[in-house]
Design a binder for this molecule. Sequence first.
Ligand code: GDP
Length: 571
Amino acid sequence: MGELAKRMGIKATDLIRALMKLGVMATINHPLDFDTATLLATDFGYEIENVALDVDEILEAEPDAPESLLKRPPVVTIMGHVDHGKTSLLDAIREANVIAGEAGGITQHIGAYDVELNGRKITFLDTPGHEAFTAMRARGAKVTDIVILVVAADDGVMPQTREAVNHSKAAGVPIIVAINKIDKPEASPGKVKQELMEFGLVSEEWGGETIFVEVSAKKRINLESLLEMVLLQADVLELKANPDKPARGTIVEAKLDKGRGPVATVLVQEGTLKSGDYFVAGVHYGRVRAMQNDRGDKVLAAGPAMPVEVIGFNGVPDAGDIFVAMGDEKQAKEIANHRQMKLRETELAKHSKLSLEQLYEKIQKGEVKDLNTIVKGDVQGSVEAVAESLRKLTTDAIRLNVLHASVGAITETDVNLASASNAIILGFNVRPEVKAAALAEKEGVDVRLYNIIYDAVDDIKKAMEGLLEPTFKEKYLGRAEIREVFSVPKAGMVAGSYVTDGKIVRNAQVRLLRDNMVVYEGKLGSLRRFKDDVKEVATGYECGMSLENYNDLKIGDIFECFEMEKVAGKL
Ligand code: GDP
């Protein structure tokens, strides 16, 4: 709404008044739906274009001319029952290739890698597990061309083998069966083949069409034949893409990196991604600042089926988000912002509606209560783990809802959502952004910060049982930003800092934040103004600070100063 007021050149308060006339109570940050916006704009003599339609049009891929399509490498996902050797196989294939390819290559995990056989490439998604595969599919991303189903020759078909077959079939992806662990004396490949017939996976030697390869990840047996079979299957599928246009692809993995900010692995599916390209991915946008492959090599251009780790996002996208490179920044930004607003709108709408119903329910039953939570964390794994454990806490008396769970710092959007749906925010190794913290304070949103998942779940559990003991609640004191870092003999690293908010107190506790993530928590080693030791320094002043037992200080880092206050148990 603030945006609308700004564009029409009128005061936000006038707009709020006009809204009130329409019977809508709203604040400046309230997102407007298209109809309301149109009504309002007409009131003020403006016309509104619905950009939503344009967004979809812009992002729609144009069909490629058949002659522009070139052969591309296949993208493979490895699935199978736990302990049947998925990870070992992924590692074995990769290692064999790295050793053959370059001397002493250092590989890193970026969520996907590619190998070469006889001059042809194969891309592997190295997040084994069916969840990742299905989560991506649920978001409409089709990335996998071929599934390698790993079945241990000494164990046979197991529940997750079945599941893997079902998932692959549902996705319409062909399966190659790798019978693993054939080095074991008790291996019985025949039994595996027999068992898989039930699923319509019949080996060629028995008159069927499914490719079976007997391998050993451990002893590196037959790995090359497995890759050959993948290439054979790829030929049958006639995989093609047009490399000669702006890139489109899918986010395979993403995280908030302490030093580099948001980083994501993009699997390019069509076109070519180049350094410097602008792009949209889900609700985020950015410009490719740097790309590297899983060997840590710098990459300047990435074509179809190539996975690259990209730096330059304005936020952390989700795995499965569609990635689209575009001509200019303004457009990318507008689309991302528009999507963000849409997302917020649906989240708000969903939850205010939900809570109304719940209110009714509560009145009806007199006892049902809901506890709404929002989970933010530094890595996807812990976010999911927390959300999962929280949901499991639901009892007959209290329903536990996780309204939103994602990677990244706690933002104003999170606080707004919490405020709208009376939720508690749980943060793991992440902090609220300064504005978000202020908003939370204003709106009375409970933001709880943890380093240990167990502590959070335990707190919630106790609160539900009415057993929450008086706890120490953190009281925020102030923040200072590091402007300079120098080494002082005996004292170690000292940071020339500027107090941006509140005050810094010598004997209070501090934590060091980098990109809103906690890198260290402890006590100050020293606090000085010029040459004098001081007890505290207020906003707007410069000071020299050091940490006890910690020296990794960097320009731009933030010191956050706080003390612990005893409060009665409440959530
Ligand atoms: P995942 O759970 O499917 O990823 O399975 P892992 O790759 O972690 O392997 C499970 C266990 O099987 C590990 O102890 C491996 O060392 C072992 N393993 C994997 N492949 C082979 C193989 O080819 N032969 C033998 N003997 N053991 C294997």
